[in-house]
Design a protein around this ligand. Structure first.
Ligand SMILES: Cc1cc2nc3c(=O)[nH]c(=O)nc-3n(C[C@H](O)[C@H](O)[C@H](O)COP(=O)(O)OP(=O)(O)OC[C@H]3O[C@@H](n4cnc5c(N)ncnc54)[C@H](O)[C@@H]3O)c2cc1C
Length: 397
């Protein structure tokens, strides 16, 4: 038998960084909000380079103030062709002050960002935490009904599916997803090093994918090393000393002697694109709405823009007493997010394919593109601005 917990304006399902940010943003509009998410400490060692408007958004949520000191400033981004091929691209350096910024953003460990989001979520009176998994999500005419694994029931006008790659909410909304597994795996780990990073992130482009060293506070960096699944597994299985040496070699010793920290994870890479972003009173955010390989640090930055836009639409609908799950709101959300998600997914896919391609014309094209970006100021500045956030973007509403 079900215990009925209550009726909410909005229920957010999933307590990863995208779900927590969405729940806080929506609760801050005054909507009665439920967050259906088990309490569990963040399980991997990924970090996020927060770019564009992400930091300002986290500030508006009252979250950034809690974790600012845990983040490292990103002032310079270097792209280095390490393919060893005949036709190689020149090094490209993006410097924040060239576009009038002190920095591009900040890099922070996800576990610390999630702890700050959790801390803020816990202090908002209008945000009810239901520390459980959603087991069923059923969209009806006027509400969506959710049953949790322990048999509690709740309903809401709007459900936000922030439940990641294998989204139950997406299934409940009847949204199909186009999925392409890439023959690449990312290995993530953090390192301490003897030379300062000088707030510079360096991305080495190898024939099997990028290997990026991103600053963390102090003389530490996070590493995302993309390669073939077998190479990633080989690196994963090395002992600490051997992996430290391998990372130092891959970084061409720019950070001096490298020592890997405890904890490493592998992520098989894929591109996933749902055919709609919202349907049947259910809107998708974060990886339920888009999965891209970790190139250009775009994934969670897009997830935070999902949260920002959806909360903006809820705020406006609430102000005029509209139904928060109405088809018009869902259509507006899809329209607001589609171009950003599609254009970034496409750009990341092309960048990744151009790196992996053995075809000489593709390598020449890539080298020429990098050369143009590196040598033509306005083009470089455009690339920098677009890399942070879409310039044409205005908030939904
Ligand atoms: C190697 C790597 C590096 C990356 N680096 C960057 C970067 O620098 N910058 C960037 O912007 N992005 C980056 N990303 C992408 C970023 O990590 C993801 O976009 C982000 O973590 C996704 O967050 P999420 O909240 O959508 O999903 P998740 O973190 O997967 O959260 C989903 C949550 O939903 C919960 N859940 C699932 N089903 C249910 C259910 N039925 N009921 C309740 N809860 C449920 C899960 O337990 C989980 O907690 C990177 C990704 C990878 C793989």
């Amino acid at each position: 038998m079900n215990d009925t917990i209550g009726v909410f304006d909005v229920a957010v399902i999933g307590g990863g960084p995208a779900g927590l940010a969405t729940a806080i943003a929506i609760a801050q509009t005054g909507a009665r909000t439920a967050l259906v998410a088990r309490r569990a400490s963040y399980a991997d060692n990924r970090t996020t380079a927060l770019l564009g408007g992400s930091v300002a958004f986290l500030e508006d949520l009252g979250v950034w103030q809690r974790c600012r000191d845990d983040a490292a400033e990103l002032k310079v981004m270097r792209l280095v062709d390490d393919t060893g091929r005949l036709i190689r691209a020149p090094e490209v350096r993006f410097v924040a002050d060239e576009i009038g910024l002190d920095m591009f953003g900040y890099n922070i460990e996800n576990r610390l960002l999630v702890a700050a989001l959790e801390g803020r979520a816990a202090e908002i009176a209008g945000l009810t935490r239901i520390a459980d998994d959603a087991e069923t999500v059923v969209a009806e005419d006027a509400v969506v009904t959710i049953t949790t694994a322990s048999g509690q029931a709740l309903s809401a006008q709007l459900v936000v599916g922030a439940d990641g790659r294998h989204s139950l909410c997406r299934e409940a909304a009847g949204i199909a997803v186009v999925r392409r597994a890439l023959n690449q795996t990312a290995l993530t780990f953090n390192i301490a090093h003897t030379r300062p990073h000088r707030n510079t992130s360096t991305e080495f482009h190898t024939p099997s994918g990028p290997c990026v060293f991103v600053p963390l506070p102090g003389e530490r960096s996070s590493v995302v090393w993309v390669g073939s699944p077998s190479e990633a597994q080989r690196l994963f299985a090395l002992d600490d000393e051997a992996l430290s040496l391998a990372a130092e070699k891959q970084s061409h010793s720019i950070l001096g002697r490298v020592t890997v920290e405890a904890g490493r994870h592998v992520f098989p890479l894929a591109i996933e694109r749902p055919q709609q972003l919202a349907q049947r009173r259910i809107a998708l955010v974060g990886e339920a709405a888009h999965v891209v390989p970790p190139i250009g640090a775009q994934g969670l930055n897009m997830g935070l823009r999902d949260a920002m836009d959806l909360a903006g639409l809820v705020d406006k609908a609430k102000a005029v007493g509209d139904d928060l799950g109405a088809p018009q709101l869902l259509t507006r959300y899809g329209t607001a997010r589609r171009a950003d998600i599609l254009s970034r997914t496409f750009a990341i896919d092309v960048a990744n394919r151009s790196l992996l391609s053995d075809l000489l014309p593709m390598q020449s094209l890539r080298a020429a593109g990098m050369h143009l970006i590196g040598s033509i100021g306005p083009l470089r500045r455009l690339a920098m601005r677009e890399g942070l956030a879409p310039s044409w973007r205005s908030r939904a509403g």
